[in-house]
Ligand binder design. Structure first.
Ligand code: NDP
Ligand code: 8X3
Length: 253
């Protein structure tokens, strides 16, 4: 087998684009998400287009028992995972602190932080056994700067940033690379999810700019994962050219 790459949240957006990019480079993939039918479609498409093997695992990353059950029962030929892309995540709502829905907060923190912790811990024994590996953690510009009404989403991505640094320190002794990727605006299903299906508000996020695509982010992740064994990109922020940071945009009038 070629490298085995495990990508969480591969049913859409950045994760799906990563699956396409790594499949085109002939890596075998473990893809995860909650939407079983989409996982099956991605598997079919990538196996027939690239002649690789794809193993779909359907679970909610918030469900600790389900995460460990799925990864602990990987067949022997799928255990040598060399790259883990912790991508699954979401924002829910854009509300002022005093108004925000508590369940939205819990879902964001449970998914973006706890999910990343569970998947990483479940996969790590396979990397430690190989004395190498690469973990890519999906942060955000929201994990670098706090913006109005970003509260719990920003907190979840600040936590990813902290964990990214913490993992790099603790996993140094195991020869495991840890890379944080922090995109600005990427046009995926992200805004539709954040605004709970309101397409008009979701579309306004990208109005007057050429946003990043999932493929743009996948290209950068692939580059980080293709460097020589002794080179590790620790942290990388990427934005559309019309976005400077979490606040400043140069929108076409
Ligand atoms: P999408 O909504 O298009 O994709 C999100 C993916 O995460 C889906 O595959 C979804 O799969 C999966 N997912 C969400 N919740 C869970 C869960 N509880 N359990 C398992 N899988 C889950 O958005 P993006 O591709 O944009 O988002 C990917 C990552 O990038 C997220 O972490 C996001 O925070 C981050 N990001 C996005 C930016 C953007 O502007 N789009 C910018 C910066 C960071 P399913 O629904 O099938 O479970
Ligand atoms: C997604 C980018 O700016 O909407 O993480 O928080 S932003």
């Amino acid at each position: 087998m070629n490298n085995i790459v495990l990508i969480t949240g591969a049913t859409s957006g950045i994760g799906k684009a990563c699956a396409q990019k790594f499949a085109a480079a002939k890596h075998n993939l473990i893809i995860t998400g909650r939407r079983k039918e989409r996982l099956a479609t991605v598997k079919l498409e990538l196996e027939s287009a690239h002649g690789i093997k794809v193993l779909p695992l359907c679970f909610d990353v918030q469900d600790k028992a389900a995460v460990f059950a799925a990864i602990n029962s990987l067949p022997a030929e799928w255990q040598a995972i060399s790259i883990l892309i912790n991508n699954a995540g979401l924002a829910l709502g854009r509300d002022s602190f005093e108004d925000a829905d508590l369940t939205d907060w819990e879902t964001m923190l449970n998914t973006n932080v706890h999910g990343l912790l569970y998947v990483s811990r479940a996969v790590l024994p396979f990397m430690i056994a190989q004395k190498k590996g690469h973990i890519v953690n999906m942060g955000s510009v929201a994990g670098k700067e706090v913006y109005e009404k970003g509260n719990a989403y920003c907190a979840s991505k600040f936590a990813v940033d902290a964990l990214n640094r913490a993992m790099r320190i603790d996993l140094l002794k195991h020869n495991i690379k840890v890379t944080g990727i922090h995109p600005g605006a990427v046009e995926t299903e992200f805004s539709l999810v954040r605004y709970k299906g309101d397409a008009a508000i979701a579309d306004a996020t990208y109005k007057g700019i050429t946003p990043l695509t999932g493929a743009d982010v996948a290209e950068v992740i692939f580059y980080c994962c293709s460097l020589p064994a002794h080179v590790c990109i620790n942290d990388l922020v990427l934005t559309p050219t019309q976005q400077a940071d979490a606040f400043y945009f140069n929108r076409n009038q």
